[in-house]
Write a protein that binds this ligand. Structure first.
Ligand SMILES: *[C@@H]1O[C@H](CO)[C@@H](O)[C@H](O)[C@H]1NC(C)=O
Ligand SMILES: *[C@@H]1O[C@H](CO)[C@@H](O)[C@H](O)[C@H]1NC(C)=O
Ligand SMILES: *[C@@H]1O[C@H](CO)[C@@H](O)[C@H](O)[C@H]1NC(C)=O
Ligand SMILES: *[C@@H]1O[C@H](CO)[C@@H](O)[C@H](O)[C@H]1NC(C)=O
Ligand SMILES: *[C@@H]1O[C@H](CO)[C@@H](O)[C@H](O)[C@H]1NC(C)=O
Length: 396
């Protein structure tokens, strides 16, 4: 009995340094329309880094700011596959599910003062500042652009609790209006950005900075294990304050962050079946998207290589070639990371037909955006202390 007690104490001490947060994975019905919507949303997210337009295969420029051509039906959820976890805000705690998004740096959740016509808000948990004894008013408005419009509201300051760690005086957005259908029918209430302060709207200090500065975690680093076959029950793990070596089968390969904003880094080269797609390319690790965006020049090239044909704005391969397609190889920090075709091709059932769609998309950037398609294959560490990103093969 005593032995067990001692052992449990030792275990408790040893794990006190690492905070493990269970995350959930949600996958809605996905089809071409949903993917298009996510592409649109991604363009807005990276708006500042995007060239004005790209010329598409049909010779027509596609202006990214012009959304009037789309019907309301097409403007569906901007995120159809995502990973989320629980936080609480206020005293006593009010609970919210948020997407832990390394591609942004603000926290926002729906407000109890949202418009009655705001469908997304009515479907979700709402923050009621009046019910929190630790709420501090902040007379500033906030607005964040998404694919179909802006999330707007005002800033509030309160205690934000993640895995029992209470961050005092965290400022965040209370959304009174959410655009169109962007956030309707999704399992998360809001978004918790985990990028650098430099990309935070209104220069609001992101929760992870305060978590570390208030001494709640030992080191300013966090890691994601995103289970590719995850479910809403078990979707992976977010580890705060250190590295959870039990989740990986080899050491992390670290590369420096090349520009502090997004989690951007250099990739030695990317190749497919011996074809060099790029050398010394820039990439961004973004847990908030499921796609892989490639530079505009690479987009037609890579889709052509895998035998994909442009149909109605998206690239498809004949499904019977799926099993024979070679891997896509990334050399990062001298280590090779591979993506099998079963990961970079998505199989959809549409009206009785099976279609095999390429997950490589183009949002008009000169860099790659590695979303969950890539991050689901590897454990990824985001280290603010040393300004570096690390990747490792998953254990098991
Ligand atoms: C915030 O937005 C509201 C509504 O748009 C506006 O009336 C108010 O003046 C704004 N407040 C500040 C401080 O900008
Ligand atoms: C939070 O703000 C209150 C009031 O301004 C202050 O007394 C307290 O020290 C702050 N706590 C932290 C951890 O910053
Ligand atoms: C995911 O599940 C499918 C079907 O159960 C299986 O074929 C595939 O190998 C699994 N993938 C991973 C990465 O475990
Ligand atoms: C890819 O990068 C590695 C360095 O990590 C280098 O050794 C190799 O020659 C490169 N391959 C090509 C085809 O450039
Ligand atoms: C399904 O595939 C068949 C054969 O290729 C085609 O004729 C039919 O139009 C497709 N149906 C839909 C709804 O796309």
């Amino acid at each position: 009995m005593f032995k067990w007690f001692v052992l449990l104490c030792v275990l408790a001490l040893a794990s006190a340094e690492l905070q493990r947060i269970k995350i959930h994975r949600s996958e809605h019905k996905r089809d071409r329309r949903h993917v298009k919507q996510e592409v649109r949303s991604l363009r807005h997210k990276y708006q500042q880094l995007i060239q004005d337009y790209v010329i598409y295969d049909n010779g027509q420029p596609d202006y990214y700011s012009d959304y009037t051509e789309f019907t309301t039906e097409e403007l569906g959820n901007s995120m159809n596959m995502y990973y989320y976890g629980q936080i609480s805000i206020g005293t006593p705690p009010q609970y919210f599910n948020v997407v832990f998004d390394t591609g942004s740096a603000n926290l926002w959740i729906p407000s109890a003062q949202c418009l009655s016509t705001d469908v997304a808000c009515q479907q979700h948990n709402q923050y009621n500042s009046g019910a929190s004894s630790t709420y501090v008013a902040n007379n500033q408005n906030f607005s964040i652009q998404y694919g179909t419009g802006s999330v707007t509201g005002y800033l509030a300051t309160d205690t934000v609790t993640i895995n029992g760690l209470a961050i005092a005086n965290q400022t965040f957005g209370e959304a009174v209006s959410q655009p169109g259908n962007s956030f309707t029918g999704v399992a998360f209430d809001g978004i918790l950005g985990m990028g650098y302060l430099t990309i935070a709207d209104d220069a609001v200090v992101p929760p992870f900075y305060n978590l570390y500065e208030q001494g709640l975690i030992d080191a300013p680093t966090f890691g994601f294990y995103l289970a590719r076959n995850g479910t809403s029950e078990e979707g992976g793990q977010l580890v705060l304050g250190g590295v959870d070596v039990s989740l990986m089968s080899a050491d992390l390969t670290y590369v420096p962050v090349s520009q502090e904003g997004y989690w951007q880094f250099s990739v030695d080269n990317i190749s497919w079946n011996g074809y060099l797609l790029c050398e010394g390319c820039q990439a961004i690790a973004d847990t908030g998207t499921s796609l892989i965006a490639c530079p505009s020049v690479v987009y037609p090239q890579i889709n052509q290589l895998i035998g994909a044909v442009l149909t109605d704005g998206s690239y498809y391969i004949p499904c019977d070639t799926l099993n024979s397609l070679p891997v896509l190889s990334f050399i990062i920090g001298g280590t090779t990371f591979e993506l099998p075709a079963s990961v970079y091709i998505q199989v959809f059932q549409e009206e009785g037909n099976t279609s095999c769609m390429s997950t490589f998309t183009d949002i008009g950037t000169e860099f790659w955006i590695l979303g969950d398609v890539f991050l689901g294959q590897y454990y990824t560490q985001f280290d603010f202390g040393e300004n570096r990103v690390g990747f490792a093969p998953l254990s098991n």
